[in-house]
Write a protein that binds this ligand. Structure first.
Ligand code: B12
Length: 144
């Protein structure tokens, strides 16, 4: 693997939530920020999003949830990632998420949550500072 490769991100929408404006805004901002971005589209199951994240070998999964189902969907996604030895994929989240839920989501394994008013610059900077490439150990050439 090329150690210079761009950080790869999956922007995902899980559940019945039809609010996709924020996800699209975030996907565009991250792409403009220099990352490789894949967007799942609406109405994915946690299983589908996790499968895509693994197949696309992303460094972080960026979930946008405005439906109120975050306390069910985030932990389920994390559980599925860990079950498939992909628990090192970072999870970022955003959307309509009450302040009281944020510490509990972080305890469950979400790296950071961004709510309405978060600037796109701060989100891009957070990814730069906190999402390292996975699989760095694979950069060793056999015989080294
Ligand atoms: C526009 C809107 C709609 C549009 C959606 C259009 C679309 N294609 O997205 C329409 C009219 C379709 C709609 C419908 C409904 N809506 Co509506 N909608 C809104 C509204 C007014 C704005 C959402 C928005 O687009 N904001 C602009 C984007 C850019 O902001 P954002 O998504 O919040 O993203 C920012 C941050 O949250 C963060 N972020 C978001 N995701 C992510 C992800 C990552 C990884 C990161 C890092 C950051 C991040 O970064 C962004 C920049 O700051 C909100 C109220 C509000 N003020 O938020 C209600 C709101 C979300 N809707 C609500 C509801 C209830 C509904 C309906 C159920 C209403 C109904 N009874 O029919 C339906 C559900 C439809 C469905 N199938 O899901 C509620 C949700 C309540 C809750 N979760 O507790 C809200 C909060 C209104 C309210 N105050 O009650 N809605």
């Amino acid at each position: 693997m090329n150690p210079e490769r761009k950080i790869r991100l999956l922007v995902g929408k899980v559940g019945l939530d039809g609010h996709d404006r924020g996800a699209k805004v975030i996907a565009r901002a991250l792409r403009d920020g220099g990352f490789e971005v894949i967007y799942t589209g609406l109405h994915q199951t946690p299983e589908m999003v996790v499968q895509t994240a693994i197949q696309e070998d992303v460094d972080a999964l960026c979930l946008s949830i405005l439906s109120g189902a975050h306390m069910t969907l985030f932990p389920r996604v994390i559980e599925l990632l860990r079950a498939q030895q992909a628990g090192d994929i970072k999870i970022l989240g955003g959307g309509i998420i009450p302040d009281d839920d944020i510490p509990r989501l972080k305890e469950a394994g979400v790296l950071e949550i961004f709510t309405p008013g978060a600037t796109l610059t701060s989100i891009v900077q957070f990814v730069r500072d906190n999402v390292p490439p996975r699989h760095l150990e694979e950069t060793h050439v056999q015989g080294d």
